[in-house]
Design a protein around this ligand. Structure first.
Ligand SMILES: Nc1ncnc2c1ncn2[C@@H]1O[C@H](COP(=O)(O)OP(=O)(O)OP(=O)(O)O)[C@@H](O)[C@H]1O
Ligand SMILES: [Zn+2]
Length: 758
């Protein structure tokens, strides 16, 4: 975790006026320039600047490389990464060997804050900086696209068939063009309805105004009426934005206390100062409700950034951020890499969420890098949570972060009561998963016309399929994982690699017919039970595989808010920051689920997740109740949830991690060795083990087979490096990696500050 670095990144104020071009003159009197290429080199390469060319850092150039030409970015002479973990400087190339830059592109230059961030992240994560440049470079040189088309009202064809959902769309459509997504969201229908209506001639398409020419968010549009407690917190945030320097601030507040309303005041202040704001959300499914809230406060929607954007919108948003026209961006962690022209504040909402960690090819923690982004731009970072991570609490304790607390729910709503159901005392009937205690509470809730929610963090019908005759378990051919039955689709699938096979009629091992039995529940199975018990209830399933798009999520949320649903059954997606005013009962089907596995943060994570789910109950006038089904009611996690005393729980967690230098009181890095052959993986892992650093205070655990010893057909071994906090891991890891030859068939991924230990 970066935020704990003893030496925080040095804030350099971005220059807010254009600097005159300054070609870097070297001692040998040849104008040299560093150019970062979108390739996996350790750093930028040196080039000669032709006499008739003037270059400034950030500009895009074409340079010779071998026998071809490459696009690159003129880079700064000095790395922005702190010396304790910056890569060693490259050897200086003799002037006579330098090749000249070919041409300078007209594309807009990359801003300084962005370049510093790339340097910093690359040095910290040991990623080649050029790879972080690659996508950005493509964006930068592709011009902003022609405006997309949007829908406006038109004269109705006389034979137009009008349904309720079509009427809802027409009620929202006007002379101002709206995208399919926006119109569907506003009308609370699916995109298909909008497209169907358009195909039938009920809407006309016109070009949308380009990003930026839409009205910019107005900080005075609809300021909220804040409570005293909210006002005080908001004032601190506003002052921090005004102070215009880096500060870490934790905004902690019970669920439903209005943290969003409060931090939007910091966003408003950045807007007043004419600057940009970045709000990171752990999961983009959350953005629909967030965008609505934003629009109510500021009169217009923010720019959205996530992997689901169409290529055109992606480019338009990129260029809007660069030109400064896109004033507020809300997005997933990748929004950190947008080229903000003048960032004024960074907000990290639900900062405790592990979804901020990226573990796919390039490993980084979105929360920590968000703090670095703010710090390098010299602006405040606001971390927001009802259940802050131990990392962030440690930063508060050491005085690095300021701490703001909201103690009560908005509008007089009370916190829900939390009760444990001891499954050893009140077990469900054979073959079912809901205790009679929970079933009764659900009946009573729905009888009062209120909504209930069942939470189970497991997709599909059953996590394991077993042969009753021979005990064979259905396993993924590519991964060390059981296949999960998805009964609705008639398949067994692997949640790690996506492998799919039909559910066999006979056991593939012993041939017995009809002997394969599902073991344990997934949400499809809970749905089956709920349908049988409550045949009249209107049930909605919310899981990442049933709600593919932000669009579908928005529709589901709309149905719940509109009371078109009596019972919600969902996976972790329902735990997020939703505000469902009529929901009063939350039942957690298996509260013990996250505790197995021996992961460093299993207990912390379970508390955060379950508290977050619990926080969905009773957010308006009617009080909320939470029932947790557990076979381990005396586990510290269950006790903390029932007593709602998280500070005591986190103190215990801290006391357990501190002596052994476990994060956040020490540093970890994981080396993940993978190869298609087990032998190659073993040999390389053993070689790394033999070459492990031998330094006092530094421990190397492993090599050991990863818990997911096989993943997507690759054999995996892990090593873990643990060091005290005052040790920078990067130089040690660089030297370690350099002592071992990595064969072409194998790969070593380095995960600094690992979150997952699979
Ligand atoms: N001062 C206020 N005026 C009007 N509405 C408010 C105010 N404060 C909060 N609310 C409303 O109360 C509800 C809960 O607020 P919000 O979602 O911001 O809470 P939160 O602290 O972010 O909760 P969680 O941690 O559960 O996500 C929202 O509908 C919000 O609009
Ligand atoms: Zn698999």
């Amino acid at each position: 975790m970066i935020s704990s670095l003893d030496q925080p990144p040095r804030a350099q104020k971005p220059k807010r006026t254009a600097t005159p071009a300054q070609p870097s003159l070297s001692v040998d009197d040849i104008a040299r320039v560093k150019v970062l290429l979108p390739l996996p080199f350790p750093g930028p390469l040196d080039y000669r600047v032709p006499d008739d060319m003037v270059l400034s850092p950030g500009e895009i150039v074409v340079v010779p490389l071998g026998r071809r030409e490459e696009l690159g970015c003129v880079w700064d002479d000095e790395s922005a990464a702190p010396p304790d973990f910056a890569p060693p400087p490259a050897r200086v190339v003799e002037a006579s060997k330098l090749r000249a830059v070919c041409t300078r592109s007209d594309a807009p230059p990359f801003p300084p804050g962005w370049r510093r961030f790339i340097d910093w992240v690359a040095a910290y994560t040991l990623a080649p900086p050029g790879l972080l440049l690659a996508t950005a470079l493509r964006m930068q040189v592709s011009p902003a696209p022609r405006p997309a088309l949007g829908w406006v009202r038109c004269e109705m064809p006389p034979d137009l068939r009008l349904t309720d959902s079509r009427r809802a769309v027409l009620a929202q459509a006007s002379a101002v063009p709206l995208t399919t997504t926006d119109l569907a969201r506003m009308a609370g229908v699916s995109s298909g309805v909008v497209r169907g209506l358009a195909d039938a001639g009920g809407l006309r398409s016109v070009p949308m105004a380009p990003v930026g020419s839409s009205p910019s968010p107005d900080p005075e549009f609809a300021p909220p009426d804040l409570s005293t407690e909210q006002t005080e917190a908001a004032q601190v945030l506003v002052d921090a934005v005004k102070a215009d320097r880096f500060q870490g601030i934790l905004l902690e507040g019970v669920t439903g206390s209005g943290k969003t309303e409060v931090y939007l005041e910091a966003v408003a202040e950045a807007l007043r100062a004419g600057r940009q704001a970045l709000v990171l959300l752990p999961e983009i499914a959350l953005s629909a409700q967030w965008v609505d809230r934003f629009a109510r406060r500021f009169g217009t929607a923010p720019a959205l950034w996530h992997s689901d954007l169409s290529p055109g919108l992606r480019r338009a948003t990129w260029h809007g951020v660069l030109s400064g026209e896109a004033r507020v961006v809300v997005g997933a962690r990748s929004a950190l890499f947008l080229p903000f022209r003048d960032l004024g504040v960074v907000v990290i909402d639900e900062e405790h969420e592990t979804a901020f960690k990226q573990e796919d090819g390039f490993f980084y923690h979105g929360r920590d890098m968000g703090v670095v982004r703010a710090s390098l731009s010299g602006v405040p970072a606001i971390l927001v949570s009802a259940t802050p991570s131990l990392e962030t609490l440690a930063n508060v304790e050491s005085g690095r972060y300021r701490h703001l607390i909201l103690t009560s729910r908005h509008g007089g709503a009370t916190l829900p009561s939390v009760t444990l159901i001891d499954m050893r005392i009140d077990p469900p009937e054979r073959g079912t998963f809901l205790s009679p205690v929970l079933v009764t509470a659900m009946e009573e809730t729905m009888a009062r016309g209120e909504q209930a929610m069942l939470f189970l963090n497991r997709r599909g019908y059953a996590p394991l399929t077993l042969c009753r005759s021979c005990g064979h378990r259905m396993q993924c051919p590519n991964c060390t994982a059981w296949l999960v039955e998805h009964r609705a689709r008639g398949i067994l699938t692997c949640h790690h690699c996506g492998h799919v096979e039909p559910i066999p009629e006979t056991c593939p091992s012993c041939g017995a017919a009809g002997s394969l039995t599902p073991i344990g529940p997934g949400i499809e199975r809970v749905l089956e039970e709920a349908r049988a018990r409550f045949p009249d209830a209107r049930i909605l399933v919310m899981a990442s595989d049933t709600l593919g798009s932000p669009d579908a999520t928005a529709h589901a949320v709309h149905q719940i808010s509109n009371r078109e649903v009596d019972l919600v059954i969902g996976t972790q997606i329902v735990a997020k920051g939703w505000h469902f005013p009529h929901l009063t009962l939350v039942g957690v089907v298996d509260a013990d689920l996250g505790l197995g596995g021996g992961d460093l943060r299993a207990a912390e994570r379970t508390v955060q997740l379950l508290h977050q789910v619990a926080g969905r109950a009773g957010r308006a006038s009617a009080p909320g109740h939470v029932l947790l089904q557990s076979y381990a009611c005396d586990h510290p996690v269950m006790l903390a949830l029932a007593s709602q005393d998280f500070r005591a729980f986190m103190d215990q967690e801290a006391a357990q991690r501190r002596p052994g230098h476990w994060p956040p009181y020490g540093r970890l890095a994981a080396l993940i060795v993978s190869a298609t052959s087990a032998d190659v993986a073993d040999t390389l892992a053993n070689a790394l083990g033999d070459a492990a650093p031998d330094q006092p205070g530094i421990a190397v655990l492993g090599p050991a087979p990863a818990p997911l010893a096989m993943l997507r057909g690759r054999h995996r071994r892990r090593l873990l490096l643990r060091a005290p906090r005052n040790v920078a891991l990067q130089p040690i890891l660089r030297a370690w990696r350099a002592r071992v030859t990595i064969p072409a068939q194998a790969r070593v991924d380095i995960d600094i500050d690992p979150v997952s230990f699979l």
